[in-house]
Design a protein around this ligand. Structure first.
Ligand code: FMN
Ligand code: SF4
Ligand code: SF4
Length: 254
């Protein structure tokens, strides 16, 4: 039985979760950014990614939209990570799959550390306890997936839909409020980590291309904490999963 897990991760929570589940299932782990439009031949297909506004990141929506499968009715599971409230993210995934005549068989949301530094100060002091529990839940999800458990249906309410509209209407592609401090050392990490090629380092300056999905990988992984959003982030923490390297995150983005 072949299992493939497609993942998307900006600060490592989902990458770590995907790695735990893949290892336990003996699954292949592939980044969604590189595999948009893939024809998947697996019997079990996994989707692991962060929750954005109780829904999916743009990359994940596009990945599902373009996904093609070679088998009839493969077993599909989704494991979204989140910070505080997951809303109807699994219900949204099920709806996106339904448009392709597919369905979500199993889902489990996993609480990790909230990384949306544009909007709040990431609570890095919670990381130790939260990530230990997240790893335990990832193991549990892997056992349930191995057993072929189905826990559908998944709800998706009008409130979920409305909240997600803030993401698509107000956040996506609106990157005019990014700016860079003079502490930037032009290392190129932000350019390489962006899943949308939204950052171009040119003549010693960063240019933003208005193709942003607000994954916040660039802000959180800049070694100089030089990327700012409005005047909100100067004094805030930066967050990345401690077991995941910036290099590993970049390899899932290019
Ligand atoms: C644009 C954006 C929106 C987010 N929205 C939510 C949300 O609605 N609910 C929540 O609990 N966490 C939310 N988060 C936090 C992430 O879901 C959480 O930190 C996730 O584990 C990050 O995964 P990653 O490290 O794999 O990127 C949001 C983060 C970002 C960047
Ligand atoms: S990651 Fe930070 S230091 Fe490196 S080029 Fe980007 S802004 Fe500059
Ligand atoms: S510019 Fe930054 S926040 Fe926007 S998509 Fe790229 S890495 Fe993510």
């Amino acid at each position: 039985m072949k299992t493939v897990i497609y993942y998307f991760s900006a600060t490592g929570n989902s990458l770590k979760t995907a790695a735990i589940i893949s290892q336990k299932l003996g699954a292949e782990m592939l980044p969604m950014v590189k595999y948009k439009g893939t024809i998947c031949t697996a019997d079990k297909i996994g989707l692991v990614f962060p929750t954005y506004f109780w829904g999916v990141p743009r990359t994940v929506g596009e990945f599902i939209d373009k996904l093609r499968v070679s088998r009839d009715s493969p077993y599909i599971f989704a494991v979204p990570t989140y910070g505080e409230l997951h809303g109807g993210v699994l219900g949204q995934v099920d709806r996106l799959l339904a448009k392709k005549d597919l369905k979500l068989d199993y889902g489990r949301e996993i609480k990790a550390v909230a990384n949306f530094v544009e909007e709040y100060n990431p609570r890095i002091h919670l990381a130790g306890k939260r990530l230990k529990e997240a790893a335990r839940l990832a193991e549990l999800a892997a056992s349930e997936i191995a057993a072929g458990i189905s826990n559908s249906p998944f709800r998706y309410s009008a409130a979920d839909k409305l909240f997600y509209k803030i993401y698509t209407d107000i956040k996506v592609n609106h990157d005019q409020e990014f700016h860079v401090d003079d502490t930037c050392i032009q290392c190129g990490i932000c350019q390489n980590i962006c899943p949308n090629h939204n950052i171009i380092l040119k003549n010693g300056a960063l240019e933003f291309q208005h193709q942003c999905e607000h994954c916040v990988a660039c802000i959180n992984c800049c070694p100089q904490k030089a990327i700012q959003w409005k005047s909100a982030t100067q004094k805030r923490n930066r967050y990345k999963h401690p077991d995941v390297t910036v290099r590993e995150i970049i390899s899932g983005m290019q």
